[in-house]
Design a protein around this ligand. Structure first.
Ligand code: S3P
Length: 172
């Protein structure tokens, strides 16, 4: 029957939203950026949801939108980097998706995320490098736990990464 759903997981800045559409085009699948889905559902931006209702409300919306995706097929989903901290999400990802962990070096992430705190509430209020180290420490094992495939992304183009993923899909 083949793969019906692919999820790209990894830290903020690892390239999920850039690789996702390239991969989706390659596979003839639809691309869903889960953060956009959440914003559409809530009628607010992600920073607004965090500011007005807090992280836990954001996580509830994120789980709801992910579960909706798990009922669809022929799609590539890019959830936000924090999706794996919720156990139910990890279970759902493992059960319903071919999960690809886009693994990036902390230095690559720091380069890409500099100046991004305005759009990414989880990065606020701490020096960037410390924040990345801290959150990666909390999440690294979860990314590995859900992954069906791991792709090291440092220095690679979105096209090269998409090709590596589709080669991985053929061998499943
Ligand atoms: C988050 C990552 C963001 C977004 C939200 C929380 C996180 O998505 O979902 O700001 O906890 O890592 P990206 O990984 O697409 O930046």
């Amino acid at each position: 029957m083949g793969t019906l759903r692919v999820a790209l997981v990894g830290f903020m800045g690892c390239g999920k939203s850039t690789v996702g559409p390239v991969l989706a085009r390659r596979l003839g699948f639809e691309f869903v950026d889960l953060d956009l889905d959440i914003q559409k559902t809530a009628g607010r931006t992600i920073p607004e949801i965090f500011e007005q209702d807090g992280e836990s409300s954001f996580r509830a919306l994120e789980s709801e939108c992910l579960a909706r995706c798990a009922r669809r097929s022929h799609l590539v989903v890019a959830p936000g980097g924090g999706v794996v901290i919720v156990q139910a999400n990890r279970r759902l990802l493992r059960t319903h998706f071919h999960v690809v962990y886009l693994r990036a070096r902390p230095t690559t992430l720091a380069e890409r995320l500099r100046g991004e705190a305005e759009h990414r509430p989880m990065l606020r209020g701490h020096p960037l490098e410390d924040r990345i180290t801290r959150l990666l420490g909390e999440r690294g094992a979860f990314y590995h736990e859900v992954a069906s495939q791991i792709v090291d992304v440092d220095g690679k183009s979105p096209e090269a990464i998409a090709e590596e993923i589709s080669n991985g899909l053929k061998s499943t």
